[in-house]
Design a protein around this ligand. Structure first.
Ligand SMILES: NC(=O)c1ccc[n+]([C@@H]2O[C@H](COP(=O)([O-])OP(=O)(O)OC[C@H]3O[C@@H](n4cnc5c(N)ncnc54)[C@H](OP(=O)(O)O)[C@@H]3O)[C@@H](O)[C@H]2O)c1
Length: 284
């Protein structure tokens, strides 16, 4: 599988997003574990999760525990980089809330490390800016976690260009990743994608296929992607991810999956090279 880097560490160009295995509509644990095993067997070495990927408030960290369990039972997955996030919460009524309080972030990261079964988290990302807390304070907590060795690498999510620059400064140049929404249907993070490419920071498109509810509509709603898929003999999902990979060498999409077939197919996108004309047409 094609490799890219996060903070100098080599990872597969296509990652796996864990959310569909833990929120509403999730499969049983056996199918989720089979999906994570299929990802590793397909060469995926980067998995994204968050403490907030769960259904009700009593099961915070459901996805982190699932991923840790699956990687342990795989037997040959020590090389996989697991990235988790904190600062976003699900009270259990289907809504999402924020808590960017520094003390909370530090406690959340330590709880995530425990669930992941590691002394130090490979990559920890501040999930979403909290309007009630100065951004510098929340990112300052992530810097402290780095300094204390609770986390090995630091990232941010749902950040604009100004926040990327601010985080980079607060972290003393140690910001390694930015995770923002980006897909054929949602392109307003193009500016952050380009900014990360200039800075050499990994850009991780979330919901890269349009999201759990809309991924199946890719071919219908974005006809150009289906046309290219027909022309090159690939799935519309592979063409979408290959297009994202072609936008910059710093892009690492993290397609979600709850079925082994989905991630096996998505992983194939790393081997698909589109022509410059195809990329330009899909971008237009
Ligand atoms: N930072 C944030 O605020 C944030 C927000 C949302 C998501 N995320 C992260 O980004 C990840 C990806 O986003 P997402 O899961 O919301 O949406 P997505 O990746 O756009 O779509 C996921 C859905 O696409 C389907 N799919 C994936 N590959 C496929 C393939 N090759 N063929 C057919 N179907 C395929 C999966 O179906 P099956 O379920 O049937 O396998 C899955 O349910 C999440 O899992 C999460 O880790 C982060």
């Amino acid at each position: 599988m094609q490799q890219r880097t996060i903070g100098g560490r080599e990872v597969s160009a296509i990652g796996l997003g864990g959310m569909p295995m833990s929120i509403e509509g999730r499969p049983d644990a056996d199918r989720s574990i089979a999906t994570i095993h299929a990802a590793v067997n397909a060469g995926v070495t980067f998995i994204d999760t968050a403490d907030a990927y769960h259904r009700d408030a009593a099961e915070v960290g459901h996805n982190e525990e699932l991923i840790a369990r699956a990687l342990r039972s795989h037997g040959d997955a020590d090389h996989v980089l697991v990235a988790t996030k904190g600062g976003h919460l699900r009270p259990g009524d289907g809504t999402w809330t924020q808590n960017g309080d520094p003390t909370y972030i530090k406690e959340a990261a330590k709880a995530s490390a425990q669930r992941l079964g590691v002394d130090s988290i490979g990559l920890y990302q501040f999930h979403r800016p909290d309007p009630a807390v100065p951004y510098a304070d929340s990112v300052g907590a992530v810097r402290d976690l780095l300094d204390e060795g609770v986390i090995q690498m630091a990232g941010i999510s749902n950040a604009n260009v100004e926040q990327i620059d601010q985080a980079q400064e607060i972290l003393g140049g140690r910001l390694v990743s930015v995770q923002n929404q980006f897909s054929p249907a949602f392109r307003s993070s193009q500016g952050e994608l380009e900014h990360c490419a200039e800075l050499g920071i990994a850009f991780l498109p979330w919901s890269p296929l349009g999201g759990i509810a809309n991924a199946k509509d890719l071919s219908g709603r974005h006809g150009a992607f289906q046309e290219v898929a027909d022309a090159v003999g690939a799935s519309v999902y592979q063409v979408t991810l290959a297009w994202e990979l072609a936008l910059a060498p710093t892009v690492i999409p993290i397609p979600g999956a709850s079925r082994p077939e989905s991630i096996r197919d998505s992983a194939g996108a790393a081997e698909l090279t589109l022509t410059a004309e195809q990329v330009a047409w899909l971008s237009a």
